[in-house]
Design a protein around this ligand. Structure first.
Ligand SMILES: [Cu+2]
Length: 149
């Protein structure tokens, strides 16, 4: 069946998150996409991500700039056994890598705070081998609004 081609709902941000009062952002991981996409973030704000894996297999939520993405991509590739049904890789990267990475099994959920960097292009990817190729590429829209509003 053809999916309706409605544009994604417009995201309205009335206030940027702060360290004291983070803004709630929910992202659901599916087989194989991020929902919603784009994720709209304000540079400099603090968000409280609720990340839920609604898929049937493990997924990786990696948000960060290109260096962060490259590092996690290599770590996941190195840690995952070459099998079609390979499960969660115990990958690790140097502690100063930056960005945010959450690995969730099917049905798992985590709540985590994230401080959105200023002056970086951000991507949202799942680096479990094969998932990017299947479409697990999320968009991040950075929107400049007044942090003090
Ligand atoms: Cu995935």
């Amino acid at each position: 069946m053809q999916r309706p081609t409605a544009p994604p709902p417009e995201v309205e941000i009335t206030r940027a998150g702060t360290a004291v009062e983070p803004r709630d952002v929910t992202v659901i991981m599916r087989d194989y996409r991020f929902d919603p996409t784009p994720v709209v973030l304000v540079p400099g704000e603090t968000v409280r991500f609720t990340i839920f894996n609604g898929g049937l297999i493990a997924h990786d939520f990696v948000i960060g700039d290109e260096a962060v993405q490259r590092t996690w991509h290599a770590a996941d590739a190195a840690a995952t056994p070459p099998s079609l049904l390979a499960t969660a890789p115990p990958a690790s990267v140097p502690p100063d890598t930056g960005g945010l990475r959450v690995l969730l099994g099917s049905g798992q959920q985590v709540v985590v705070e994230y401080s959105v960097p200023v002056g970086q292009q951000l991507a949202l990817l799942c680096h479990i081998p094969g998932h990017i190729e299947k479409g697990m590429v999320g968009a991040v829209e950075l929107r400049d609004i007044s942090i003090s509003a």
